[in-house]
Design a protein. Sequence first.
Length: 429
Amino acid sequence: MKQLKKNSEGLTVQYAQLALRRAGKDPGILDGYFGARTEAATVAFQREQGIAADGIIGPTTWARMFPYLTGYRLYRVRQGDTYTSIANRFSSNVEAIRIANPSVVPEAIPIGTELTVPLSFPVSTWDVPYSSLLGGLVLDGLAARYPKLRIEPYGRSVLGRELASAAFGTGTVAVGINASHHANEWITTPLTLRMLEAYLYAEAYDTLLFGFDARDLFSRTRLVLSPLVNPDGVDLVTGYLEANDPAFQRAMGFAGDYPRIPFPNGWKANINGVDLNLGYPAGWERARELKFAQGFTRPGPRDYVGRAPLTEPENVALADLTRREQFYMAIAYHTQGAEIYWRYLGRAPKGAEEIVAAFADVSGYTPADPVEFSSYAGYKDWIIDSFDAPGFTIEAGRGVNPLPLSSLPQLYRENIGILMNSLAFAANA
């Protein structure tokens, strides 16, 4: 993490402001500007932590802030400690500590034991834009709070960023969900992570979620979430990739060939300028023909199909994961339009019509088919064409991409039922 001080700007400043707010300090609006109020909050935080109170966020201060981004801290047990005293000290609760440390007997904690102590807020935030960094921190925090969750790297992006999936469940029937194929649709990452967190909580605390028994679904299914398919592109759109970075400059050069597409907000592609949701072997040649006819003949912000299907590392990695898991059904999250695409060239696998009807009922979204211009080479198309499995593209929400963070509560209400119904269908397959 880079050093931050007064007058610094950018997404990392927003992350520091979020950490300060969660730590009980007042940095003001989470606007990405390190002003006097953020400086004062930083000094107060440093004093509380017993470190040099210079108002500058360097390695030592960042290390103390990370628990307020991951949502947990590690604590080594001392003489006389109990779960109750530890929970009170860190504003946690006894049950959360017990769930995060399943191998520890609370009544007899050996001195020196390192405990995971969950903090008092949801890990998945809706307050700041996402990036490859924040996505990784959230996955780390969820796995620490809920040890039944397994974070499994499945590849790397063009820029070498780790692609990770979150696997949850002990059943043999798997549901695959992915998000952020398209960079300016990055809001699907916090959406799917919050839905995952709700499911983890319901299973751990044995509560219903959207009327479904979470523990029963956990035992009968396996959810595999890939929440950030296109980390480089998302970093470009949200500002984590800074303007002086060579990759940013290269992308800006690609965008210059398409001056009518706003930059960076109109950027959907990976950092190579290839549209990842046109990278699968399901009518790829027809997709190339259609996109080239529209003028998308070279790398750019969107709609360039690349040299061939499954040539970009992000496509290859997700395809390999899909083949390994043999999903009963797969869902790709996009925005926007409040529609569900569920057929490929008019064809749908057995059971898909019943599933899409249930999804439509709980979300209010409309089952539909995309226009021909967008009917080929997508992930959903490949799932249907190659595996004869139910595949869905969820065009979540309404508005103009990128959708604002303020839309997330509504998006969650519309989509949590889709998650739980997908697991219920898999459990009964």
